[in-house]
Design a binder for this molecule. Structure first.
Ligand SMILES: [Zn+2]
Length: 238
């Protein structure tokens, strides 16, 4: 939904919640989510108007985020950055696709689906390889073990570690620099030892990945660069 505030368009969605005690507005990277308690008669629009100054300030961040989303096409010859390296999409006659010096897609598979679909598969496979490799490397160093690795497709989370010692990673991290992938893996591996964000946890992260602060900053400031499909964001913004 859209609302005009001081001549600016504010995009938002509304959700009624049985759990929420108070109405609130959440910033969702490129739009707002207004949560209204089930019993409340408040209109989302009125809440946004009441919090106008805050809304307009955050809206500027949404704008910046949107501008940072790379304009990449799903087509042969297009360059995509994978783990910090520019790679060209090439479609050729081969059994399966893979990420090499370039991104090689299998022609017969593309014909059956699309460049976008196959590109996603190939990048996901590449992500799994790198997550497994790095997780093994880091867990060996601290003599710990993980159970399984899950490669996920989430909008906001980059990684997590479960009590069952499963490691979960967002595949879109491969669209960022290698050191950021290393940081997220180090972070989740450190959770195998410390299930919190206490001092000891950060000491361990530092041991595994000394550059963790700048990598964490990069992720906070450049998450938009890890957008695979800008269309998926646009749908949310209707
Ligand atoms: Zn954590």
């Amino acid at each position: 939904m859209r609302l005009e505030l001081d001549g600016e368009t504010v995009r938002y969605t509304t959700r009624t919640s049985s759990k929420a005690q108070k109405p609130n507005i959440r910033s969702k990277k490129t739009y707002f989510e207004v949560v209204i308690p089930e019993k409340s008669a408040l209109k989302a629009e009125n809440l946004l108007k009441r919090k106008k100054n805050w809304v307009l300030r955050i809206r500027k961040d949404h704008e910046k985020y949107r501008e940072k989303i790379p304009k990449r096409l799903f087509m042969e010859g297009e360059n995509w950055r994978v783990l910090g390296e520019q790679k060209e999409i090439r479609i050729e006659s081969r059994k399966t696709g893979k990420v090499d010096d370039d991104i090689l897609l299998a022609e017969h598979l593309v014909e059956r689906t699309s460049v976008k679909y196959r590109l996603k598969q190939v990048l996901k496979d590449e992500a799994r390889n790198i997550f497994e490799y790095k997780s093994d490397l880091y867990t060996d160093r601290i003599a710990e073990d993980y159970e399984k690795i899950f490669v996920r497709d989430q909008t906001t989370r980059w990684g997590s570690c479960s009590r069952k010692k499963n490691l979960n990673f967002n595949w879109r991290l491969v669209l960022g620099p290698q050191r950021v992938v290393d940081y997220v893996v180090a972070h989740e591996v450190a959770h195998l030892v410390h299930m919190n964000h206490g001092e000891e946890f950060w000491v361990l992260v530092e041991e595994l990945h000394p550059d963790h602060r700048s990598s964490k900053d990069w992720l906070e400031q450049n998450a938009a660069e890890l957008t695979f499909d800008p269309e998926s964001l646009r749908l949310l913004n209707r």
